[in-house]
Design a protein around this ligand. Structure first.
Ligand SMILES: [Fe+2]
Length: 259
């Protein structure tokens, strides 16, 4: 099942991802990026390096984009379509219906989140590019694998999460080699994002990853809807482990930089 929708401003990308064009104004993107700049500046050199913006600011940014009628309409529409997957899962009553808001700021220093193939725990992902990295080399583009998998059982879903967790721990060069091979052989499609557009896909059944970044910083807002709880707590444990690992690297880096 895919999340393809039809309206005059949308375009399907290889049947798994739908692009909604001209949704976010450049003016609004400028204001959002200014808010992120302020948080990064206040965090200083010892603050979180790359990756996540605070969840409070991510929620604030999500509310800013929701103030646009075009975004509110597409979010309502794609949520409606995603509920069909919930019906297949027979999980409409058990689902976690609260959205998860994440802002990712990725630059060449942060390679641990690149080339990591995975499925999301949530059914609907709305990707809002806020700022692109430099386009001359690898630029963090989204890679979506084809075809989508059938809706998995809990056991199969946990099996896939464990497999991808092991792949995530491979050296960067190996992960990059594997995804480059997948792009070359057509196992996945590369989604070139445009700030102003919004991209919707079902990350629960569509395996995906991101390229690394050669130069500049890529910023994206991710809004995840509907976690049917098919991960048996594995996703939460892996997110926790990644957070601990990120904090540890920062502490070690801080130690190295200390006089
Ligand atoms: Fe994802």
């Amino acid at each position: 099942m895919t999340l393809n929708t039809r309206d005059t401003e949308s375009k399907d990308i290889e049947s798994s991802v739908t692009e909604f064009r001209h949704v976010i104004t450049q003016d609004l993107l400028g204001k959002i990026n200014a808010l992120i700049d302020i948080e990064h500046r206040e965090a200083g050199p010892d603050g979180p390096r790359g990756l996540h913006v605070s969840s409070a600011l991510a929620g604030q940014i999500a509310e800013i984009v929701r103030s646009l009628p075009a975004f509110a309409a597409l979010e309502a529409n794609t949520k409606l379509i995603a509920t069909k997957t919930l019906l297949v899962l027979n999980a409409k009553n058990k689902v976690n219906a609260h959205p998860l808001h994440i802002v990712r700021c990725v630059d060449p220093r942060v390679s641990r989140e690149s080339h990591c193939r995975h499925y999301d725990s949530h059914i609907l992902t709305l990707l809002v590019p806020l700022q692109l990295a430099e386009q001359s080399g690898p630029n963090g583009d989204l890679l979506v694998y084809l075809p989508s998998r059938p809706v998995p059982s809990v056991t199969r879903n946990i099996g896939a999460k464990l497999k991808h967790g092991i792949q995530r721990s491979l050296p960067f060069a190996t992960r990059a080699f594997l995804t480059d091979r997948d792009v070359r052989t057509g196992r996945c499609v590369r989604v070139s994002c445009t700030p102003g557009s919004v991209y919707a896909f079902n990350g629960f059944i569509s395996k995906h990853a991101n390229l690394d970044i050669a130069a500049g910083q890529r910023r994206s807002l991710l809004i995840h809807w509907f976690d049917p709880g098919r991960s048996g707590g594995v996703s939460r444990a892996m997110r926790f482990a990644r957070r601990i690992s990120g904090n540890t690297s920062r502490i070690l880096q801080r130690g190295k930089n200390a006089p």
